[in-house]
Design a protein around this ligand. Structure first.
Ligand SMILES: Cc1cc2nc3c(=O)[nH]c(=O)nc-3n(C[C@H](O)[C@H](O)[C@H](O)COP(=O)(O)O)c2cc1C
Length: 213
């Protein structure tokens, strides 16, 4: 009986290991959900008035922190803002700071909702400046956006609101609310929500790729 039990356990272990291994493919034409997701992801700047369930946010953030990063030093931090009140009050503060500047025009767009490309939730990524920390955060952002896409969510990565508001003197109160650890600087943010548009792919230059003999 004990032998049979051990045999079943070892068979189950072998089966679960086999499931984790990806079968080697010789043709790129075969159906592949990861590749389909990568090629279908586009920046979304119009969202439905529908909150993103926390369970989905948690999953995409878990994918984010599982990104490759130099020496696994993980010199990054994440803050999620899904309070509409905070997104609106932050937008009002940014609007006030933009008065009389060229960026004031965006606030008059009829589809304008907030400075984070109208997203109902925003993921802020800060890094502790170091040799590869910007690369690390970029890989994290890539994981987040692809995981979100695979769950039916839209995203847009943004540097603009960080450079023009969050990291400016006018953004001090908001930065304080984000409460990143000492030494960490906001780098990029990702708007996330249910998409209300399906943007076409922007052209990509494949000539940048060269095989070296
Ligand atoms: C680091 C970074 C910063 C970006 N900043 C902004 C931004 O401030 N505002 C915006 O609307 N899109 C921003 N984008 C999105 C790009 O415009 C977009 O990824 C690019 O045009 C390609 O389009 P696609 O994402 O639909 O393929 C940013 C993207 C990256 C990677």
């Amino acid at each position: 009986m004990k032998k049979l039990f051990l045999a079943i356990i070892s068979m189950m272990t072998m089966m679960s290991c086999a499931q984790q291994e990806q079968p080697a493919q010789e043709s790129a034409g075969a159906e592949n959900q990861v590749i389909e997701t990568i090629l279908a992801r586009r920046s979304v700047r119009a969202y439905k008035d529908q909150a993103v369930p926390k369970e989905l946010l948690d999953k995409v953030l878990e994918c984010g922190v599982n990104a490759a990063n130099a020496m696994n030093a993980q010199q990054w931090e994440i803050r999620v803002v899904n309070s509409q009140e905070l997104l609106n009050s932050t937008t009002a503060a940014a609007k006030e700071a933009a008065k009389g500047t060229p960026s004031e025009a965006q606030y008059n767009d009829p589809s304008f909702k907030n400075i984070f490309r109208n997203a109902p939730a925003v993921i802020f990524i800060a890094h502790k400046p170091g040799t590869f920390t910007q690369v690390d955060c970029g890989l994290m952002a890539g994981n987040i956006m692809l995981a979100a896409k695979s769950l039916g969510l839209g995203t847009v990565c943004m540097g603009g609101p960080i450079a023009s508001f969050v990291n400016q003197p006018a953004g001090a109160e908001f930065r304080q609310k984000l409460n990143f650890s000492e030494g960490y600087e906001p780098l990029i943010c990702i708007g996330i929500g249910y998409p209300n548009e399906e943007p076409a792919a922007k052209p990509r230059n494949m000539d940048v790729i060269k095989y070296v003999e």
